[in-house]
Ligand binder design. Structure first.
Ligand code: MV4
Length: 517
């Protein structure tokens, strides 16, 4: 085929561009801006009132103010963002993750405005938007799904009949769902009626759709997802798996690539499955198929995320492929090179999400001004951050401040390297998840890779230190510990200056946060 006729088969919404509007904030906006700069593309940031001094605004070539601090008055205003793109002459829009990234109407509105959406076509988002529709599509594409129904339930009696067939426990899930909302485990027929009522109510509230269906409940699985990349020439490749089992309340905390539970054969099998699913949806762009991997090594498709994911860097580090650059390239019509397959991950990568949450206080969101920041560096360390000294951390947006990602030649060295990097990390002015991540890197079950989706919640007590009530006895204990530390410091070879990067004992952190020191 000649170059000219190849060009002619490209979809109308795939074409070269030179200026990209980044419809997001924080670390992911910076990530996209960096990719643009490396490729010689101009970048345009958008920002709310709360982000006027944010790093992404400064790093972009241009910036456009789009509204007030609440996301509903700024980062979620798709029409205003499209207008901004047209005004500044940006020919393409990258949505990042969250916000507008998986809204079918936004992908369509960008296309209808004559701009390139750096993401999937609206039809592909729609195909994956409903879980029951995605399960039907999976059936056609020979993609294994958890045994259960592919249509909404009529009533509890029908649910009980189906549950008898698959055996208890079963899981009721919202058809429109995602992220665990509208989900209920049912262990016995007597509980079906009330569980169905609750699931329907939650689904109605969260998604405006009370349709609920049944799946067999899988006990003790891992969450393993496959990265795919699809171009505009009908080529789709798998870029290996990520292990994402370390999560709390459906929020991932730590991700790694590859998964300790995936052999080369299983990787090939899951990869082929994910590619079949993406192809069935008419997918283009980077995307992720989520699977449950059970204790017998059987896997089941759950859902497809039709966007770049937070944890994409671990895949980048073990494949050497820049996923954001490739999102931009396939949006321009560049074909995926033959060399991307077959894939063999090289070494091991781990990511810790650094959030402004206090693990010792039920992961309560913490706010304030970043008064000091020391970012880890050195061999194999990557920091994808959205904060700097002086940043105000409020409650308007997601508490994720940064991602700390490390690479090592094998899993043990990656875990050791993450521990070392976390020791180097210092964030003052707000509470963060840093100490919690240090505990996880020290945990023997985590070090063995013995993790599944319930692992973190089971292990939480030993990974956090509940803060005792502030009473006289405690103040006395802190005073005593301070005196003991002074004695120890005096004996240190460096003349009593405690190393800034040494891990602080829990009592000292407590004292700091109480303003005692
Ligand atoms: C399941 C499951 C067990 N069995 N489905 C949670 C969010 C949604 N994406 C699917 N989820 C689950 N579906 C069956 N049939 C357990 C979960 C689940 C889970 C999945 C992935 C990552 C974390 C999770 C935490 C709790 C439950």
């Amino acid at each position: 085929m000649s170059a000219a006729s190849k060009k002619a088969v490209l979809p109308a919404d795939v074409r070269p561009f030179t200026k990209v509007l980044v419809a997001n904030r924080g670390e992911i906006a910076l990530r996209v801006i960096r990719a643009c700069r490396e490729m010689g593309l101009r970048s345009v940031a958008v920002y709310s009132d709360a982000d006027a001094r944010a790093p992404h605004v400064r790093e972009a070539d241009e910036a456009v103010h789009i509204g007030a601090a609440p996301a509903t008055e700024s980062y979620l205003l798709g029409d205003r963002i499209i207008d901004a793109a047209k005004r500044v002459g940006a020919e393409a829009i990258h949505p990042g993750y969250g916000f507008l990234s998986e809204r079918e109407w936004f992908s369509r509105a960008v296309r209808d405005a004559g701009l390139v959406f750096i993401g999937p076509p609206p039809e592909a988002i729609a195909a994956m938007g409903s879980k029951t529709a995605a399960r039907q599509l999976a059936g056609k594409a020979r993609v294994p799904i958890v045994p259960g129904t592919t249509e909404g339930l009529a009533d509890a009696a029908e649910a009980r009949t189906i549950a008898e067939r698959f055996g208890y426990p079963v899981l009721l899930k919202a058809a429109a769902g995602g992220g665990g909302k509208g989900m209920r485990v049912v262990h016995k027929p007597e509980d079906m009626e009330s569980a169905l009522d609750t699931a329907r109510r939650e689904a109605k509230n969260a998604f405006g759709d009370d349709s609920v269906y049944v799946e067999k409940y899988i006990v003790g699985p891992r969450h393993v997802e496959i990265q795919v990349l699809a171009d505009a020439h009908g080529r789709c490749v798998s870029l290996g798996e990520r292990e994402c089992s370390v999560q709390r309340r459906h929020q991932k905390m730590i991700e790694e690539a590859p998964s300790p539970a995936v052999s080369p054969e299983l990787r090939r099998e899951m990869g082929d499955t994910a590619v079949r699913m993406a192809a069935a949806a008419g997918y283009r762009n980077a995307g992720t198929c989520e699977f449950l991997l059970d204790r017998d090594g059987k896997f089941y498709f759950l859902e497809m995320n039709t966007r770049l994911q937070v944890e994409h860097p671990v895949t980048e580090l073990v494949t050497g492929i820049d996923l954001v650059q490739w999102q931009l390239r396939v949006a321009m019509g560049e074909p995926i090179p033959e060399s991307f397959e077959p894939l063999t991950p090289r070494g091991w990568a781990i990511e810790c999400r650094i959030t402004s949450e206090d693990p010792n206080n039920g992961f309560l969101p913490s706010t304030g001004r970043v008064s000091f920041l020391r970012v880890p560096a050195g061999p194999g360390v990557r920091w994808d951050g959205g904060i700097e000294i002086g940043s105000e951390v409020g409650l308007f947006y997601d508490p994720m401040l940064a991602k700390l990602i490390v690479w090592g030649p094998d899993r043990n060295s990656a875990v050791d390297r993450m521990h070392r990097a976390l020791l180097e990390l210092t964030v003052d002015g707000i509470e963060t998840s840093r100490d919690f991540h240090l505990r996880v890197m020290e945990d023997d079950e985590f070090r063995r890779g013995a993790i599944e989706i319930q692992w973190l919640e089971r292990r939480l007590a030993s990974l956090t230190t509940p803060r005792p009530p502030a009473d006289v006895a405690r103040v006395a204990a802190i005073a005593g510990a301070l005196l003991a530390e002074r004695d120890r410091s005096a004996r240190r070879p460096n003349g009593g200056v405690a190393a800034r990067n040494a891990e602080e004992p829990a009592w000292l952190r407590a004292a700091r946060s109480e303003g005692i020191r």
